[in-house]
Design a protein around this ligand. Sequence first.
Ligand code: AMP
Ligand code: ZN
Length: 472
Amino acid sequence: MKKILLYNTLNRKKEEFKPLKSGELSFYYCGPTVYWTQHIGNLRGSVCADLVHRTFKYLNYEVSMVRNYTDVGHLVSDEDEGEDKIEKTAKKENVSPKEIADKYIKVYENDIAKINILEPRFKPRATEYISEMIDLVQVLVAKGYAYSSDLAIYFDISKFKNYTALSRQKIEKNKSGAGRGAISDQGKKNQQDFALWFFKAGEHKNALQFWASPFFSPLVESGFGFPGWHLECSAMIKSLLGNTIDIHMGGVEHVSVHHTNEIAQSEAANGVKLADYWIHNEHLLVNDGKMSKSQGTSYSLSEIEEKGFKVLALRFFFLQAHYRSKQNFTFEALKAAQKGLSNIENKIIKLGSKVGEVSDDFKKVFLKDLLDDFNLPKTLAILSEIFKSDLSNEDKLATILDFDKVWGLNFCNLLKRGEDKEKLSDEVDKIIKEREAARESKDFEKSDELRLKLEKMGYKVEDSLRGTVLKK
Ligand code: AMP
Ligand code: ZN
């Protein structure tokens, strides 16, 4: 097995990866809360997780990846305050929470397929694991880690040693208020205590999604309520992957609250470590600032497409920054990425369609960079070396296609397009050639005329540096 180095947030250093079971990877990625269209920042996180997924697959690991959908319990504040995000949108759009989740899961899945993210083995929805969540809370209550108030069952962080192991934050014990709802109002013992189960009471009196539970509050019957967001991940991990997993990943903002709380409740309940390695991806900035809805900079993928960009150009752009660095998005940078990608595709087309052998020498360099904490930007730099090298065209192509199993830039489609082209009738072929010649000599009027002709014959015409691509 190759030596893999990865930066473990838990220990704040690069460590050699040692799987729990040889040749296998259990991998959990905190997926989206499906209450709106994910912006390209969210997508950067999903692509970073995909690169980890692809890397292990490339190394022939048997990968069990879980990427969940949070469809209940994620409040407007990441802590225990405010309305449930899904329900807030449901009320605004006047539909059920389930319809909201269905709608935005569909949008998300559509987007990530376009940006060529591999399917994880499991895509659980939190609402499908309510009884497992209740079981977990019962264990925590029985072990003395949880207590109830009229409004919620809380996790008592003072009972859990090393609560701040991941975040390394100092906590101010038993301090109330500090700008948030006073802890006494919520019935909490410590400011950082967090809800495992919210009763359908108080500010959640009108919750739309709720389930019966064995927990008691004088304010509701049948223990009606819903799980806390942190608990959901702990229950899904336990159910689908087991008590201890290899890698847990998520956005960097989850270190201080969400992941810290996942660790506390899972480890308190199960008595073993939750994950051996914690990976966190940094955020995408726009024009050097936070992505912001109010400033109109939280772009969705369809907005990027509407502006004429190819989705894979965005993927190529993401590959250019290390996952632990902030990346700044501008349309100029995306334009440059699109141009860069087209140039590469152009060069690949020129290699022909015969696939030879993967170069061992280049593969060594590729793996060295890839397995050094997923240094994708460095692996891309190898491309120009491959083109310049004295390898045969067939071997260049084989090597590039091999590395693209990790990059995910769909270079293999370039070959398929070549094949499609061969199957076109002579007449169509003749028009394409005429049109390409017209474009070459900048006779755009004629090229447009010929494009219309092809469209009338039932083809969709796409131009690129590679020449004409036809779709039926
Ligand atoms: P949410 O839907 O709010 O739960 O967020 C889904 C994921 O997107 C989380 O894992 C966040 O870490 C991630 N995320 C949110 N904003 C950004 C950003 N600007 N750049 C990268 N990832 C982000
Ligand atoms: Zn999570």
